[in-house]
Design a protein around this ligand. Structure first.
Ligand code: GLN
Length: 468
């Protein structure tokens, strides 16, 4: 009945024309989940009844459909949805129910989106392979022996496998873009402050952003626009007009930079390098100036990112003490309660990061690590500001390799290096989108990433429409 993949835009045409019923669409996704989820493990929980009820309501009231009716959405398990369970894929939040709804999610619901369920991810969004979940790993839809990427691996896998129209993820260092790249779908991280973080379970607050994972760039733009804008509940959300992108005209072709060090990076898979070179040639043939620029920070991005994010995480995760949320260990006194709850409730990777973060913030090491990393972050921001005086966009591969096998990154540093091309956008706060290449490596998707100046999302979407 419903052939897939169809992006929201295409589905909506059919729904509005009355060719299909909303209930059938939700049923279609439920069937897909039933057939595929055992193997892929993308959904942690499906809210079937609610979704069907809302679909039935739309079928009965076709005269007055809200703008996002027909958007059947999955949400990463770190977004609060009032009255629904949310755990950040951690044992420590087992049984916890959200007491309010994330602003970004509420804005989509208000415009008619149907929320189908919550999606697997790395515990507290820490990871690049979706291997660190209390609910077990999510698997790559095209090859079950491989990882879908992380930490929003459930979101990317669900979209790629056709279990939802689109999904929400969160991106602290690449967790939307990297799994989107591995799974062959679109992943978009807006400018820091564009979308409210209210109701997003915090990992590293000065990096975290909510964003969409979709089947088309058009859908990514649509969801972004629906979620963006100032929120009084999040003081870091920014009051900047969200411009329409469809009407932007280009007087002259934009100028694009790429980082020479990334194209020369020995870790970059030769076929991804090839695809990048072809892309750059094609752009040049369209009259776009594309120039290689020096990027002196490549070896510093990952260390800087991990010093700062673990510091913020150690502070953010201090609230899980067994008293206020979710899981509580058996204990005789309060000291034992804290120790046992946190020892039993957090997984290995989360503990590693809390320890690392506590270390870099401790007296005696603060200046050497945390303060130093803040300075490097500032230098990167300054460098980026200068660069965007000369160029409109930066292009790079999203990841050094296609999806790897579950056992191929056994040591943590090798795992951290998967984010080497994505963390830059989070360190500087600029918007970035991952788009699949036409080429694949064997059967596996690979992707390119486009970064724009702060708050130039509309220009980025318009550029993609006109030039890619
Ligand atoms: N893989 C990175 C990390 O583990 C990014 C995570 C994210 O963006 N949430 O921190």
């Amino acid at each position: 009945m419903w052939s897939h993949p169809k992006d929201f835009h295409a589905l909506q045409q059919e729904l509005k024309a009355g060719k299909q019923r909303f209930t059938d669409l939700v049923q279609h996704y439920l069937e897909q989940i039933q057939q595929q989820n055992n193997a892929i493990n993308a959904f942690i929980e499906v809210w079937e009844e609610e979704a069907l009820q809302k679909a039935a309501f739309y079928d009965e009231h076709p005269e007055d459909l809200p703008p996002l009716a027909g958007l059947i959405l999955g949400i990463k398990d770190n977004l609060c949805y009032k009255g629904h369970k949310v755990t950040a894929a951690s044992k420590i939040l087992e049984g916890y129910e959200a007491v309010y709804t994330a602003t970004a999610l509420q804005r989509l619901i208000d415009k008619g989106a149907i929320i189908l369920g919550r999606l697997n991810c790395d515990e507290f969004a820490m990871g690049s392979a979706n291997l660190y979940s209390y609910y077990g790993p999510t698997r790559h839809p095209l090859d079950l022996t491989r990882v879908p990427g992380g930490s929003s691996g459930g979101s990317a896998a669900a979209v790629a496998a056709g279990m939802v129209t689109a999904a929400l993820g969160s991106d602290t260092g690449g967790s939307i873009r990297q799994p989107a790249a591995f799974c062959g779908v679109i992943g978009f991280k807006p400018t820091y402050g564009r979308i409210s973080r209210y109701g997003l379970i915090a990992y590293a607050s000065s990096f975290d952003q909510i964003g969409p994972i979709t089947l088309s760039v058009r859908d990514a733009a649509l969801l972004y626009q629906a979620m963006a804008g100032k929120d009084p509940m999040d003081n870091t959300s920014v009051n900047q007009p969200v411009e329409p992108w469809e009407t932007i005209q280009w007087q002259q072709p934009p100028k694009v930079a790429y980082f020479k060090e990334i194209l020369e990076d020995p870790a970059l898979h030769p076929q991804i390098k090839n695809a990048m070179e072809k892309l750059i040639e094609n752009l040049k043939n369209k009259g776009i100036v594309v120039e290689g620029v020096a990027f002196p920070y490549l070896e510093y991005v990952v260390p800087t990112y991990y010093v700062l994010t673990t510091a913020e995480a150690s502070s953010n995760l201090a609230r899980y003490d067994g008293v206020r949320y979710g899981f509580r260990a058996q204990a005789q006194d309060i000291e034992e309660l804290y120790v046992k709850t946190r020892s039993q409730g957090f997984g290995k990777e989360v503990k590693r990061r809390i320890l690392l973060g506590t270390f870099v913030l401790s007296t005696g090491y603060y200046d050497a690590y945390y303060a130093h990393a803040q300075k490097v972050r500032r230098l990167m921001k300054n460098y980026t500001e200068e660069l965007f005086k000369q160029y409109d966009f930066i292009v790079s591969p999203t990841t050094p390799t296609p999806a790897f096998r579950a056992n191929e990154r056994p040591d943590p540093v090798a795992m951290y290096l998967n984010d080497i091309y994505t963390v830059f956008a989070n360190l500087t706060g600029i918007p970035a989108i991952s788009i699949p290449f036409q080429e694949r490596v064997e059967r596996l998707p690979i992707a390119h990433q486009w970064m724009a100046p702060w708050f130039k999302e509309a220009q980025l979407f318009s550029f993609i429409k006109h030039y890619l």
